[in-house]
Design a binder for this molecule. Structure first.
Ligand code: ADP
Ligand code: MG
Length: 167
């Protein structure tokens, strides 16, 4: 599946019917998330954000799906792969800029880093800096709609879309 950028910035959309399908979809995303990337994972508790990370980390050969667990208490998990250093971050319990600063997210960013951040939309700074946003919605007991959106995504092959920022 090749990434197509529509005028709305939508790259891909799918509906999955099980956690396994969400993981499988995550495995297709390595070509889209070529480092460096800051990715916001948006969606309610139980939407499937952490489940999706299992597939993404696998796609980068950075971790086996069973090794990816929610960074609820440790806040940051790091998975090193040959092509990417995947950081999985959960800001659910982080409420202030001071707390955010102590995580040192800037220090995690490098040419080969992919930051996958749950609840990052709580902080305007991260919303501004994000390259890609993945929105997960519960549409049934085990159905999840997953949409991938980006405003500027220079690593996507093809001409620069007209609607992207020029400055
Ligand atoms: P989040 O990180 O968004 O809070 P999790 O990935 O930790 O969510 O949990 C999602 C839960 O929903 C898991 O228990 C998973 O088994 C379940 N689930 C059921 N259907 C799906 C689906 N289609 N995609 C992802 N998770 C699903
Ligand atoms: Mg989670």
């Amino acid at each position: 599946m090749r990434a197509q950028i529509s005028a709305s910035g939508l790259l891909r959309e799918t509906v999955t019917h099980s956690a396994e399908e969400t993981i499988a979809f995550g495995r297709t995303l390595a070509d889209l998330l070529v480092p460096p990337k800051l990715v916001l994972l948006r969606g309610d508790l139980g939407a499937g954000k952490t489940t999706l990370v299992k597939g993404i980390a696998e796609a980068f050969a950075a971790a086996a799906e069973e090794d990816v667990t929610s960074p609820t208490f440790t806040l940051v998990h790091e998975y090193r792969g040959p092509r990417a250093n995947v950081h999985h971050i959960d800001l659910y319990r982080v409420d202030t800029l001071r707390e955010l600063d102590t995580l040192g997210l800037d220090d995690l960013r490098s040419d080969d880093s992919v930051l996958l951040i749950e609840w990052g939309e709580k902080f305007l700074r991260l919303v501004r800096e994000r390259d890609v946003e993945i929105v997960l919605e519960r549409v049934g007991e085990s159905e999840r709609r997953i949409r991938i959106v980006a405003e500027v995504c220079p690593s996507i092959p093809g001409p620069r879309p007209k609607w992207s920022a020029t400055g």
